[in-house]
Design a protein around this ligand. Structure first.
Ligand SMILES: [Fe+2]
Ligand SMILES: [Fe+2]
Length: 469
């Protein structure tokens, strides 16, 4: 499936064959450009950035690398190739032909799913807009910008669906996506974690590890949707999301690597004296970002999630691998927390779809922690990272407002207060990390708190000038 790049809005959806839609999107485009100029990466307008742009959506053709000024990036609308004869794969409509148009009865729910997903895309660009000023290398600066332009494209992906399938209220929602602002008191982004600050690069790497990974699992669930345009859009977005996972996972890994090198060179010394970040501080950042991203999956017991599943709008990740696509009979067993005590409960499976998706997320996160522990192990350092239990530090769902330790054991308020400085970043941690955030802009050089990557981007040398300032 090749992409029409001659058009003002690159696309593989034959936009020129639908003049009304093309005009509507061309009308939205200047607003998007103005949003990027106002809220996109600060001071980056004239940089030439070695960016990847999709040129086709098949396995090989989508990664084309060249120097681009970000405002000139060819944001566009790319859907994965259609699957001939695709049917709805789960829920009450299982076996019916997948919908090419929005079914009237599901219109409000579908719009809500698309708007909620769409809102996270510009939010993360806004959260990250100051980071370019303090990038630890040109390599990292380029990776940040790549993530940013792709989140911008994900916004395009959702806005296309709103314009193409939801008429006037879709157009209004598309406008509102450019109006909300991350962290704004009056008009914030929809989901909590997308209103938190991403003030430093350790936070950025944790964000891309955990918050982007939430995105990956939301996209996996929406890629199963019976609404075919949404499924195809999300399938292509997932190919881009893989790079965001890579940036987070290896980013935290390189910070760990550097600390381990300093620990080996100066046994027993405080690594801060050498400008590295203590492993305990990294663990606290992990705890913070992991727990706030756990909230993004929503409540453990949810009639909305049951509804989305029943209606065929949002499935499970890897729905193909499930034995029972109706999920009418099964139950989901979990530990509720009632008055500080764990209580085993069972809920109908359909009502636990958020939790089923969170299970997959936790499993993926465990693999990520194992990767970091390999780095520590190889350096023969006596420390192991852990993934906090999903009950730790939650603000949404049955555990919210209740206190649990990192292993998920319920604890009292007094114990929480005594130990919270071991578990979550302290003001001193944040101040120390902030003190390290000084830009490094010489090709091939890296800030003292992070190791160089193993290889460059697209088989280029690490010392390539990835961003020309
Ligand atoms: Fe995204
Ligand atoms: Fe992402």
């Amino acid at each position: 499936m090749s992409i029409d790049y001659a058009s003002r809005i690159p696309n593989n959806v034959d936009l020129s064959g639908n003049r009304a839609l093309q005009r509507a999107l061309e009308h939205w485009q200047p607003g998007y450009q103005a949003w990027w100029a106002e809220m996109g990466p600060e001071g980056s307008r004239d940089f030439d950035v070695y960016l990847r742009t999709a040129v086709s959506v098949d396995a090989k053709g989508w990664a084309n690398f060249d120097y681009v000024k970000m405002p000139d990036y060819r944001w566009g609308i790319f859907l994965a190739a259609p699957e001939p004869g695709r049917t709805v794969n789960f829920g009450a409509h299982k076996g019916e032909p997948a919908w090419q148009e929005v079914p009237g009865e599901h219109r409000a729910n579908l719009r809500r799913l698309i708007v909620t997903q769409g809102d996270t895309e510009p939010a993360s660009v806004e959260q990250q807009r100051h980071l370019g000023l303090t990038a630890p290398s040109l390599y990292d600066l380029r990776n940040l910008f790549q993530v940013n332009v792709e989140e911008g494209r994900h916004l395009w992906a959702m806005v296309y669906l709103l314009h193409a399938h939801f008429g006037r209220d879709g157009r209004e929602e598309a406008e509102a996506l450019l109006e909300r602002r991350s962290g704004d008191a009056d008009n914030p982004r929809i989901l909590g974690a997308f209103n938190e600050r991403t003030p430093d690069w350790l936070s950025f790497f944790c964000f891309t590890t955990y918050t982007d990974r939430d995105g990956k699992f939301q996209l996996l669930a929406l890629a199963e949707s019976g609404f075919d345009p949404l499924a195809r859009t999300c399938r292509f977005m997932l190919t881009e999301e893989a790079h965001h996972m890579f940036v987070g996972q290896t980013g935290v890994g390189r910070v760990i690597q550097k600390t381990c090198e300093v620990m080996r060179a100066h046994p027993g010394a405080d690594v801060k004296a050498y400008g590295a970040i203590p492993l305990e501080v990294i663990q606290r950042y992990v705890n913070y970002w992991n727990s706030s991203s756990n909230d993004l999956f929503g409540a453990e017991i949810s009639s909305n999630s049951a509804n989305f599943f029943r209606s065929g709008l949002k499935g499970r990740a890897y729905e193909d691998k499930q034995a029972d696509h109706l999920a009418l009979e099964g139950v989901y067993a979990f530990e509720n927390l009632v008055d500080g005590k764990l209580v085993s409960e069972q809920v109908p499976l359909r009502n636990a779809m958020n939790e089923v998706l969170r299970d997959e997320y936790v499993h993926d996160n465990e693999k990520g922690v194992a990767y970091w522990n390999k780095i520590v192990e190889k350096a023969e350092i006596d420390f192991r990272f852990c993934l906090p239990h999903r009950r730790f530090n939650r603000s949404i769902g049955v555990y919210s407002g209740q206190r649990c330790d990192l292993d998920g054991n319920p604890i009292g308020e007094e114990q929480w207060n005594r130990r919270v400085a071991e578990w979550l970043p302290t003001p001193a941690d944040r101040a120390y990390v902030a003190s390290l955030m000084l830009p490094v802009r010489e090709p091939g050089r890296f800030a003292g708190w992070i190791a160089a990557p193993q290889r460059g981007i697209n088989s280029q040398p690490i010392e390539m000038e990835y961003v020309k300032l």
